[in-house]
Design a protein around this ligand. Sequence first.
Ligand code: NAP
Length: 293
Amino acid sequence: MAGKLMHALQYDSYGGGAAGLKHVEVPVPSAKKDEVLIKVEAASLNPYDLNIQKGVARPFLPRSFPYIPGIDIAGEVVAVGPGAENFKTGDKVVAVLSASSGGGLAEFAVAKKSFGNRKNILITAASGGVGHYAVQLAKLGNTYVTATCGARNIEFVKSLGADEVLDYKTPEGAALKSPSGKKYDAVIHCVRAPGIPWSTFEPNLSENGKVIHISPSPGVMITFAVKKLTFSKKQLIPLIVTPNGEKLKHLVNLVKEGKLKTVIDSKHPLSKAEDAWAKAIDGHATGKIIVEP
Ligand SMILES: NC(=O)c1ccc[n+]([C@@H]2O[C@H](COP(=O)([O-])OP(=O)(O)OC[C@H]3O[C@@H](n4cnc5c(N)ncnc54)[C@H](OP(=O)(O)O)[C@@H]3O)[C@@H](O)[C@H]2O)c1
């Protein structure tokens, strides 16, 4: 990249609003110690950026002029500086840039290595009542989602946003192996008990990978305790949801905004609720089973 020019937006003094911004061609920055160079795919604006231009933090921010504003970015790592080797070119990342140097409204930006690497998440039984929400919520959190489900639901789970989907009845699916070789930072394990043993998860987890187990059995609790007591970096975390008004409100808002959808497997009148019951026992729903009074 050395010597290459890029398109950026910058300003030379405090104030001036939108008219104070100039389109310029400047050299692509280089990644120094503990930094990576990111090809910016999106930058978002914050009131914070506007305030820096107004001069509310003068003389500390910006550190110098001309200044390229913008600190929230998402993009792809294209070069890695010394000391930032835990990233590699091609990593999809989100970053908050240093406010003193800014740099987001440009084709390329440098970020310190402490930014958030995009997390890899595995969601098992992604076609089910819990799993189909988990996939959508994980995608809203900008994670890379691998999902498991039966062959008949692969296209459905992709349509929820999953990046890669495994048929749980194939050898790769049963072994939870990511088709692109990813290790999972977190697993949201939605398969019913007896589910999948720790020994299947373990080799697929990243160094600090966690399995969130929503169907905890006595065996799960023992593994949880053993991992805790041995200070294992890889952990099994049992989770039982407790109703929380604020969080439910947040979910309802996501539904209203069209960001989260409920997929209905089947609807049953209350007079035939036994059918819904039997279907739930069967364990092959796609989405939620509903009873209507
Ligand atoms: N901790 C909590 O607070 C909490 C809250 C709610 C639910 N849960 C628990 O969460 C679990 C899931 O509930 P749910 O309502 O989502 O279940 P569900 O809707 O009955 O799940 C059915 C789906 O799972 C798929 N499936 C079955 N075995 C699978 C496997 N080995 N790998 C991948 N997919 C598989 C089925 O696909 P096929 O039809 O193709 O087989 C089906 O689409 C249950 O154990 C439930 O008790 C916990």
